[in-house]
Ligand binder design. Sequence first.
Ligand SMILES: *Cc1c(COP(=O)(O)O)cnc(C)c1O
Length: 343
Amino acid sequence: MRRVDLRSDTVTLPTPAMRKAMAEAEVGDDVYGEDPTVNRLEAITAEKVGKEAALFVSSGTQSNLVAILTHCQRGDEYIVGQIAHTYMYEGGGAAALGSVQPQPLDFESDGTLDLKKVEAVIKPDDFHFARTRLFCLENTQAGKVLPLDYQARANALAKRRGLTIHLDGARIFNAAVKQKINVREIAKYYDSVTVCLSKGLAAPVGSMLCGTAAFIKESRRWRKVLGGGMRQAGVLAAAGIVALTEMVERLEEDHENARRLGEGLTEIPGFRLEPSGVQTNMVFFEMDERLRGVFIPFMAERGVIIGTGHYPIRLVTHYGIEAADIEYVLCAARDCSERFLVK
Ligand SMILES: *Cc1c(COP(=O)(O)O)cnc(C)c1O
């Protein structure tokens, strides 16, 4: 039976080129700064993202946490989306490990944070309040691409109010590919940027934190404090280099597959796409009451794996999923609709 795993782009497996690069990687002790492959990955990333320096970290969660610990001190605060990864999905790390308090705000339907609301929660310089230090955005946010002019205004607000600004750009390359721009055009609005290699770019492990040389020097310290100093990490970095140099343009295929999947679902009775539509590699949709309890198990019997953690349901396309898989998924969804919707 065909297996189509639409839970996340984190399920991607390393490409044959990655396996080869990993096997042949030149390595050394990265904590001593002596792993040539890690050093090369960091240099390539910094160049691509348009920052002075980059740091190879074990995960996106670690990258965001290191960024917050580097930007903020104990008793500081960061402004963040209510359902942002950096707030909702990182185990409260900033508070638990950094004594940094989040100030969450609801995302708007386009994945932005309303800048008037952001400005309104920046605390005055008064010892009753935490010190507002950092403003965090996410791009893509639930598959949505932040407009460039919005990011310019977010940057201007942060600078005017003396905040630093961080981007959780786990999927920044999806955004850049969608907007047909160089990723630097996005990254330039941020003091620091997290980039995930292990999502749609298909590397097995790793994320990159990017920023100024001084920021990355301090981040390197925090990475070590968090237990994230790795030794012959070049075996992993080698896959990361392939991810950055060979896997970016093909994200377009994931976007096209997601677009086709969304379009196909709207043609089947009982499925309703979210109004924001499909922008990158994620499809969010709602279902008729009668399909709610049965859809995911029905699809699982056909080998289509769908995550249960989201409603509206989230489907994610990625490396390893082909156009024919999308047609297969749509066919199974049509069968489900026909079986359970009594006409
Ligand atoms: C996946 C993801 C991360 C990082 O996740 P890890 O599993 O820790 O690598 C960060 N932000 C967003 C928006 C993500 O989707």
